[in-house]
Design a protein around this ligand. Structure first.
Ligand code: NAD
Length: 349
C-alpha cells in the first residue's frame, strides 16, 4: 500500500465504511502543500477495490495539478464511493459520506462528479459544511457557465499561439457535446464569429445549436474527423486515440472534457502531427476555481468572471513553458504543475 502512495506522491488515504447504509468509499488527499484540498466525489460500480484505489489515486493527483496550474492555494484530493449508484444511493448513504467528509475538518472539500448530483451534494451538506457547488449566499452554484467561459478564454490563448490571433472570426470549430459546458462554449465562439460544426448524442441539443447558433450538425461518429481549425471536446473523456490521430483535420484541440487523451501515446502523436493540444485540466479549471471562491464564501459573479478570464494566462504560461522545455503540452502540464508544488514545499506551514 505504501508503495502505491509513493508512486503517486499521495499523502493520505481514508477508507470509509458504514455498515448501516452500505457505504464503502475511499478519500485520497493527494497533496496539502498548496493548502487544504479540493476535489469532487464520484460514485462508480468499480469491478474491484484495486480499480477504485487506482482511480482515486490518479484523479486526486490530477486535482493537485489542476489546482496548481490554476494558481489556487488548494491542494488536490478526490473521493470515490464504490458500488452501483442505481442500487445503493440513498439519503442514509449520502449523509454517512457527509459525516466522513466532516471528520476531515476542512482538509477535504468536495462536491459533484460522475453520478453525484447537486441534489446529492445538498443532502451530504446536511452532515458537513465542507461541500461546494451548491446555491446560497456567497456560493457559486452550478460551475458550468464558469467552466465554459474559462474554456473559451483558454481557446483564445491557444488560437493566439497557433494562428497568431485571439479571434475566432472566420475559424471553424467542431464541438463535441452540447451539454451545460459545451453549449455555452458554442455561444462564446459564435459571438466571436466562429463557424460551428456540432454533435451531440441527444438530437435535441444539436437541433438547438442549429436553430440558435446556425451550427452545422453532424453524426456523433463524424465530429472528431471533420475538416476544422479547432476541435473542442465537451462530452466524455478518452476521445483522442493514438491510431486515429492521422485522421484528424484540426490544428488545435481544447475543451471542457476531462481526460481527453486515451493515453500518453495519443499526446505524443498529436505533438508529432503538429496539432496543438491544450491540456484538459488547464483549460477546464473554471469549475474548481468557482468552487474555491465558494469555499471562502466570497463568490461574486464579477470576481469569478475575472478569474475565468485568467485562464487565458494560465494556458499561455503553460504553452510558453512547453516551448521552452521542448515538451509536448500534455507532458509539460504535469511537469509545470509539479514544479509549482515543489517550489512551494519549503514554505509550507
Ligand atoms: P453534460 O452532461 O451537461 O453534457 C455532456 C453532453 O455531451 C450531453 O449533452 C451529452 O448528450 C453529450 N454527449 C455524451 N456523449 C457524447 C458523444 N459521444 N458525442 C457527442 N455528444 C455526447 O456535462 P457537462 O457538465 O457539460 O460536462 C461536459 C464535460 O466537461 C464532462 O467531461 C465533464 O467532466 C467536464 N467538466 C465539466 C465541468 C463543469 O463545470 N460542468 C468542469 C470541468 C470539467
Amino acid at each position: 500500500m505504501f508503495e502505491k502512495l509513493k508512486e503517486y506522491g499521495t499523502e493520505e488515504l481514508h477508507f470509509c465504511n458504514d455498515e448501516e447504509s452500505g457505504l464503502k468509499a475511499i478519500i485520497a488527499i493527494h497533496s496539502t502543500v498548496l493548502g487544504p484540498t479540493v476535489g469532487g466525489t464520484r460514485f462508480w460500480p468499480y469491478e474491484s477495490e484495486e480499480k477504485a484505489l487506482f482511480d482515486v489515486l490518479r484523479l486526486s493527483r490530477g486535482m493537485t495539478y489542476k489546482n496548481a496550474v490554476s494558481g489556487l492555494k488548494y491542494g488536490g484530493s478526490k473521493g470515490v464511493i464504490i458500488g452501483d449508484p442505481a442500487k445503493l444511493k440513498s439519503e442514509k448513504l449520502l449523509l454517512a459520506y457527509g459525516r466522513f467528509v466532516d471528520h476531515l475538518a476542512g482538509m477535504f472539500t468536495t462536491g459533484e462528479d460522475v453520478n453525484i448530483s447537486v441534489q446529492d451534494v445538498e443532502i451530504m451538506s446536511r452532515a458537513t459544511k465542507h461541500m461546494a457547488g451548491i446555491g446560497g449566499a456567497g456560493r457559486g452554484g452550478d460551475p458550468s457557465p464558469y467552466t465554459a467561459r474559462g474554456v473559451f478564454r483558454g481557446l483564445q490563448a491557444g488560437a493566439n499561439e497557433k494562428f497568431g490571433s485571439d479571434s475566432f472570426s472566420g475559424k471553424t470549430v467542431a464541438v463535441q457535446g452540447l451539454g451545460k459546458v459545451g453549449y455555452d462554449v458554442c455561444k462564446w465562439l459564435h459571438d466571436d464569429g466562429a463557424k460551428l460544426i456540432v454533435s451531440d448524442i441527444n438530437p435535441a441539443n444539436a437541433e438547438r445549436a442549429k436553430n440558435e447558433l446556425g451550427a452545422t450538425v453532424v453524426d456523433p461518429s463524424e465530429i472528431l474527423f471533420v475538416d476544422c481549425d479547432v476541435f473542442s471536446p465537451n462530452a466524455m473523456g478518452a476521445v483522442v486515440k493514438v491510431d486515429e490521430v492521422t485522421k484528424l483535420k484540426c490544428a488545435m484541440i481544447g475543451g471542457g472534457a476531462n481526460n481527453v487523451l486515451v493515453d500518453a501515446a495519443a499526446g505524443e502523436a498529436l505533438d508529432k502531427a503538429g496539432i496543438l493540444y491544450i491540456p484538459d485540466y488547464v483549460i477546464n479549471a473554471g469549475g474548481v476555481i468557482s468552487i474555491c471562491l465558494e469555499i471562502e464564501r466570497v463568490h461574486d459573479e464579477q470576481v469569478a468572471n475575472r478569474k475565468m478570464d485568467g485562464i487565458y494566462d494560465n494556458v499561455k504560461n503553460l504553452l510558453d513553458f512547453a516551448n521552452k522545455e521542448k515538451l509536448p503540452t500534455y507532458l509539460a502540464a504535469d511537469k509545470y504543475a509539479q514544479k509549482i508544488v515543489d517550489d512551494a514545499r519549503p514554505f509550507r506551514k
